[in-house]
Ligand binder design. Structure first.
Ligand code: FES
Length: 169
């Protein structure tokens, strides 16, 4: 019986003796994992340079502002001959678009789009177009004809004298 009594004791001692080794393994593993985490945190200091994309689509090319002048103190003058019927002239530096919706009728509006502030870029067939998101405005009264613009273009005073159109910009 003594042998039988000792066997369970041996087995128990074995179980006890293996306990610490398991704990050591677990502890060691934990330290390794922690060290790896620290190394990863320190090692991943790569600087990511984020270059900003294209700064908007601000293309403000004046289409025929050849003879615009503001020599008479006050208004800017444009030759009537330079303003096509149904079209217009964009005075980029003044941020004004001068149109001739019908022969002899001249209008002027702010060239700043009411959507997000781009400069309108073209006038054709009675429509002023903003290139950024394709808003379209009437060349007759500046009202919105299409696109995301929430409001019409602001009117600018215009006077005609002889073969010159003056805008108060
Ligand atoms: S800024 Fe003119 S359509 Fe968006």
């Amino acid at each position: 019986m003594t042998e039988l009594d000792q066997r369970p004791a041996d087995t128990a001692s074995d179980a006890v003796s293996t306990g610490p080794s398991r704990r050591q393994v677990l502890l060691t593993g934990g330290v390794v994992v922690a060290a790896a985490a620290v190394t990863a945190a320190c090692g991943s200091s790569s600087s990511t340079t984020s270059s900003s994309g294209p700064a908007g689509g601000s293309s403000s090319t004046p289409s025929g502002s050849s003879s615009a002048s503001d020599d008479s103190g006050g208004g800017t003058k444009v030759a009537v001959a330079d303003i096509p019927v149904g079209g217009g002239v964009i005075l980029a530096d003044k941020k004004v678009v001068v149109t001739q919706p019908s022969a002899g009728e001249f209008k002027a509006f702010s060239a700043v789009c009411t959507h997000q502030g781009c400069a309108v870029a073209s006038v054709a067939d009675g429509v002023i177009v903003c290139p950024c998101h394709n808003s379209q405005f009437s060349a007759s009264d500046g009202s919105v004809k299409g696109g995301p613009a929430p409001a019409p273009l602001a009117s600018v005073a215009v006077t005609v004298s002889g073969d010159q159109v003056s805008v108060s910009a």
